[in-house]
Design a protein around this ligand. Structure first.
Ligand SMILES: O=C(O)c1ccccc1N[C@@H]1O[C@H](COP(=O)(O)O)[C@@H](O)[C@H]1O
Length: 214
C-alpha cells in the first residue's frame, strides 16, 4: 500500500496549488494563533476552495475552545479535524466529526513504548493516531523523535492508522517510512522556506522521496 502524504501549515494559495499538483492526499490548515502558519477562518475558506475533490482538508487545533472549533467546522467545512494539544477523547469526539489525535512523543509520561501505547489506546475513536515530536511549542518544530518509541503501537493489532510527523524532509522520510511503515506521513517545516511559506520544489522532492520509499 502506498504511503499517503499530508502537507501541513499552508497559508498561501500558491502553496495549496503546489501541494495538490504534486499529488498530496491531504492539506493542513493551522487554526492555532501563536503559530507562524495560522490562518483565520476567513482566509481558510479561500484556501479550502482551491482544494479539489479527492484531496482532504485537515483543520488543526491546539486546545481550542468549542466555539472556535465549531466556527471552523461551520465556515471552512474541513474533511477531518486534527487535535494537536491536550484534548481528551471526549473533547475530540464531541463534534461528531472524524478526527486525528496527535501525540507529542518524548514528552514526560510519553517517553516509553508502553506509555505511548497506553495513551493512544484512550483514543480508539480516532480515525488515525498522529505522532509528532515533543517540543517547547505544540508542534511544527522540524524535530524528529526516537522512532523506536512507536514499536508497541506498530505491533498492536488495535492500532489506528499511524500518521508519522516530526522533522520529516526529503532526507529523513525514506528511513522513517522504512522503520515505521506508517499509513501516512505529515510534513510542515521540511518543505518550507520560512514559517508558513512553502517551497514548491521541496514539496515535489518530498513527494518523490515518499514514492520511492514504498
Ligand atoms: O505547524 C504548526 O505550526 C503547528 C503548530 C502547532 C501544532 C502543530 C503544528 N504542526 C504540526 O506539527 C507536525 C510536525 O511538523 P514538522 O514537519 O516537524 O514541522 C505536523 O503534524 C504538523 O501538522
Amino acid at each position: 500500500m502506498r504511503t499517503r502524504v499530508k502537507i501541513c501549515g499552508l497559508t498561501r494559495a500558491e502553496d495549496v496549488n503546489a501541494a495538490v499538483a504534486a499529488g498530496a492526499d491531504a492539506v493542513g490548515l493551522v487554526f492555532y494563533p501563536p503559530s507562524s502558519r495560522y490562518v483565520s477562518p476567513e482566509n481558510a475558506c479561500g484556501l479550502r476552495n482551491l482544494v479539489p475533490a479527492m484531496v482532504s482538508v485537515v483543520a488543526l487545533f491546539v486546545n481550542a475552545s468549542n466555539e472556535d472549533v465549531q466556527q471552523v467546522i461551520d465556515q471552512v467545512q474541513p474533511d477531518i479535524l486534527q487535535f494537536h494539544g491536550d484534548e481528551s477523547p471526549d473533547e475530540c469526539e464531541q463534534y461528531g466529526r472524524r478526527y486525528m489525535k496527535a501525540f507529542r512523543v518524548g514528552a514526560p509520561g510519553l517517553d516509553t513504548p508502553q506509555a505511548v501505547l497506553e495513551t493512544c489506546r484512550r483514543y480508539r475513536s480516532a480515525s488515525a493516531w498522529l505522532f509528532d515530536s515533543y517540543s517547547a511549542g505544540y508542534g511544527g518544530s522540524g524535530k524528529q523523535f526516537d522512532l523506536g518509541l512507536l514499536e508497541m503501537v506498530i505491533a498492536t493489532p488495535e492500532s489506528r492508522p499511524v500518521v508519522l510527523a516530526g522533522g520529516l524532509n526529503v532526507e529523513t522520510v525514506g528511513a522513517a517510512i522504512a522503520q515505521v511503515a506508517p499509513f501516512a506521513v505529515d510534513v510542515s517545516s521540511g518543505v518550507e522556506i520560512s514559517g508558513g511559506v512553502k517551497c514548491a520544489g521541496k514539496i515535489r522532492a518530498f513527494m518523490q522521496a515518499v514514492a520511492l520509499s514504498r
